[in-house]
Structure formats: C-alpha cells, structure tokens
Design a protein around this ligand. Structure first.
Ligand code: 13P
Ligand code: SF4
Length: 345
C-alpha cells in the first residue's frame, strides 16, 4: 500500500513541485486544451507535475495510456494516447518504448501486459479496481458453463486475467453486440455485467444469459431522473454508456462506449448534452466543443479517481507498481482478447 506521506516528501526532495505561475504560463499550449474546466490557480499547481512527468517519460522510454475517465490534467497534460478500453488495448500492442504507464484501472493494465508481455507495465495505484472485475472469478465462469453447457462465454474486458483466461472471447462496450452475434451458438453467456448483457440481448438474435455483476457508477442513473431533466431541458441530448440499465438506455438518444460517446458529440454538436457516464468525460471534451453546454449530473468512478498526477510521477520515479500476470494465465487470456481484436478489425 502506498504511503502518501513518504511519497510526497520523496517527490518534493527530487523535483521542484511548488506551484508556479511562470511555469504554468510557459505551458499555455497544454493548458489551452482544458482552460474551460481547470481554473488558472489549479493549473499553476498541476504544471510542475506535468513538466516533471513528461521529462521522466523520455528518460524511461515510457508511454502513458490514458482512459477517457482520467481527469483533464492527466488526459490532456501527460497521456500519450487516450481512448476507450478497446482503443487502449489495441494501442498497447503497438507500444515501442520499454514501459507502459496505465492511467486507468487494474484490468486495463493487465490487458496491456497480456498483449505486450515484454514491456514493463506500471499502474500508479494498485487499488484502482473495478466493481465489475471484482464481481466474478474463474470459478464463477465455470459455474456458468456448468449451468449452460455448450454455450460460449463472452467476458467483458472489465475482468481479471484469470476470468479472461477462463472465457472463450472478450468484448468491450464498443463491440459487445458484434462479438455476441459472431458466436456460433444460439445461446451466449455474458459475464460479468448484467446490464451490458441485457442491453445486448435487446438488440441480438441470440439468447443471452448473464452473470449478476454491475458497475457502481452507471447503475446509479435512473430513467426517472433523466425524464425529469428532459422535461425542463427538452433540447438536451442524452448519451449513455451501455453499463447503464436498459431503462436508462431506452431514454438515451445514443448509447455507446466512451469513445462512441465522444465521437457522437463531435458529430452532432448538440446545444446541450448530458453524458450519462463518468464525470471526467464531459470535462475532457469541453474545450474541443465550446458551443456545447454539458449538463452537470454525473457520477464519479472512485477507482479511476485513484490515479493522480502525483501518483503517476511516483510511479515513473520509482518504477512501481509493476503489473505481473502469470505466463500460463496470460497465454490463455491473450487468446480471448486477441480473438476479440481480430473480430473487431
Ligand atoms: P469503455 O470501454 O467504454 O471506455 O468503458 C470502460 C469502462 O470501465 C466504463 O465504465
Ligand atoms: Fe469499473 Fe464502473 Fe469504474 Fe468503469 S466506471 S472502471 S466499470 S467501476
């Protein structure tokens, strides 16, 4: 477990991390990507960390893969590649440097390690988990196979390497329907997200049976709340992630992965948009879309928010915490992830 006091003291010994208006102004090109959502006083605090991380990245030959739920100073300040789970998995296979720093949650770091095992994969906080990944084990997958003999198992990438290894193929929110449809069976088992499974089932010709997991962030949204908001904001575009309940998805103008959501807003330029997903999504695209008013209701992912600039700097400074996947597990998990990538191309 990270000792924050020791980390902070060591970092301040090694780097000049005092807030600096001069440094902040000299990095105004980076700040311009987030000045609608990050106040100048906060940027003066972030800038020394951003500068130190970007210098250390070069020294360590490191690449930062950042999920769309990272805060704007990470997303715009230090990430080399940003995207949804599918994009980050594909990008992980292309990394040429020695080190991958995964700014996202643990299953994403494991996926990078599985796909590019010769790289050192670091995660700035090992406690960055996911309620979905924690909801099922490989034994759970075996239970489902015993209950529905012969049905292929499609596991969401939001799972541990062991669960991926026990599955036939993986999927992400970007390709779940296509992956299910591609299975050579009338019945398909989906784990672990019951809402993603129900949303897929509503569009699929297959019988979809599923595990009882859910995302603690997306399950908080209710269709009643969305209807109530729309009553007073009739022009709002409601854009949801498929980890939301089917009732919420039924209220949405569009449902898609985090990348799908970003692309939809760029394409349609609604006057007002409510992104029914994690809070940082709207913040990260606010400067690119000044004409769009983003409705404020949003929920924070406590796991994603464990990743901070300070911990990223510590991670690169100490080359910790390294994500390791046992080779025999990695090999089987790789087949399940690679099958998904091949089908998605
Ligand atoms: P995406 O693949 O859509 O980015 O989703 C990942 C996730 O954890 C959403 O909660
Ligand atoms: Fe997991 Fe939900 Fe957080 Fe995504 S938002 S990482 S699914 S807990």
């Amino acid at each position: 477990m990270l000792d924050v006091t020791t980390m902070r003291a060591s970092l301040h010994d090694a780097y000049d991390l005092a807030p600096s208006i001069d440094l902040a102004e000299s990095m105004s090109d980076i700040y311009a990507r987030m000045d609608r959502v990050v106040p100048p006083s906060d940027w003066a605090i972030h800038a020394p960390y951003v500068a130190a991380i970007n210098a250390l990245k070069q020294e360590r030959s490191a690449v930062i893969l950042g999920h769309n739920y990272m805060t704007p100073e990470i997303y715009h300040g230090v990430a080399d590649v940003v995207g949804d789970s599918l994009q980050l998995a594909i990008e992980a296979t292309r990394v040429q440097g020695d080190v991958i720093v995964q700014c996202g949650v643990h299953f994403m770091a494991e996926t990078s390690k599985i796909l590019n095992p010769s790289k050192t994969v670091l995660i700035p906080d090992m406690q960055a988990g996911c309620s979905l990944a924690e909801s099922i084990t490989a034994e759970g997958v075996a239970e489902m196979r015993a209950k529905y003999p012969g049905a292929p198992v499609v596991s969401y990438v939001n799972t541990t390497a062991e669960v991926k290894a026990a599955s036939d193929i993986c999927c992400t929110s970007a390709n779940a329907l296509a992956i299910v449809e591609a299975q050579d069976s009338d019945m398909v088992i989906m784990t672990p997200d019951k809402y993603l499974a129900q949303n897929v089932a509503n569009q699929s010709s297959k019988t979809v049976v599923y595990w009882d997991g859910s995302c603690i962030v997306h399950e908080l949204y209710t269709a009643e709340d969305l209807r109530a908001y729309r009553e007073y904001h009739p022009d709002v575009a409601i854009i949801a992630h498929p980890e939301c309940t089917p009732e919420v998805v039924a209220e949405a103008d569009y449902t898609g992965s985090t990348r799908g959501i970003v692309d939809w807003v760029h394409k349609h330029h609604p006057k007002e948009a409510m992104l029914v997903t994690e809070c940082s999504m709207a913040s990260n695209i606010a400067d690119e879309l000044p004409e769009v008013e983003f409705a404020k209701p949003c929920n924070m992912c406590p796991y994603m928010k464990k990743i901070t600039l300070e911990k990223i700097l510590w991670s690169l400074h100490t080359m910790s915490e390294e994500v390791i996947v046992a080779p025999q597990v990695a090999e089987k998990a790789r087949s399940a992830v690679q099958r998904m990538i091949d089908l998605s191309r």
